[in-house]
Design a protein around this ligand. Structure first.
Ligand code: BEZ
Length: 211
């Protein structure tokens, strides 16, 4: 059965471009993003891994550790990384798992045989400090992911976790947030000193609490 939101992210030990990693140990108390790539030396992946490296500071400031997985071996990754660095003008500063036995791909259901028998789809798992899966996302191999959206989702998840607010459709950093239904309006008024705008008894906006 595929993994669902709220499930504990499966633990594993794997060889990576930064040495052997035990996933849960490596995560520590951080947020994490595990994302899969169909194969080494593929064009879309080369742009995605470069983009991730370029966004190093954006992930770091959100306390998110990033780890990629591809079902090729370490020798292959070692040859591919210089290409990624050359094409994107960056240093690849996060580990890439060498998953040639497909252990991680299988644990996370990243191979969808009706799409491809061998390559993984483009999966993303955002994992909270409690090791629980907070977001799953699946893109086809031919579509590069939107990293601005991934950062936006992380911001939303962290706002919910830290302040009990949700985010409305198309929300962007700095815009008003929504008080989660579990907080009563009376409690919300006490909790959010910037004010609560009541549109419906169940739709209460408050300015983004961490701005
Ligand atoms: C890739 O870059 O991984 C890719 C591009 C087009 C189709 C399938 C895979």
């Amino acid at each position: 059965m595929s993994l669902r939101l709220g499930d504990i992210a499966p633990d594993f030990t794997a060889e990576t471009t930064q040495g052997t990693i035990n996933f849960h140990e490596w995560l520590g108390n951080s947020w994490g993003m595990l994302f899969s790539h169909p194969a080494d030396f593929t064009p879309v992946c080369t742009t995605e891994l470069g983009k991730t490296a370029l966004l190093k500071d954006d992930f770091a400031k959100r306390g998110v550790k990033v780890i990629a997985v591809s079902v090729d071996d370490l020798a292959s990754h070692g040859k591919w990384v210089p290409d990624i660095e050359e094409v994107n003008g960056v240093v690849v500063n996060f580990p890439i798992i060498a998953d040639s036995d497909r252990n991680v791909a299988t644990l996370y259901d990243m191979i969808h045989p009706n799409a491809s028998e061998k390559a993984t789809v483009r999966s993303v798992f955002i994992i909270g400090p409690d090791k629980k899966i907070k977001l799953t996302l699946t893109y086809p191999a031919s579509t590069g992911r939107n990293f601005t959206e991934l950062l936006r989702v992380i911001d939303s998840l962290q706002l919910t976790s830290n302040y009990q607010v949700a985010t409305p459709a198309d929300w962007k950093d700095g815009e008003d947030t929504i008080v989660v239904p579990a907080v009563s309006t009376e409690d919300a008024i006490a909790k959010f000193p910037k004010g609560v705008r009541i549109v419906k008894p169940y739709l209460r906006y408050t300015p983004q609490p961490n701005k």
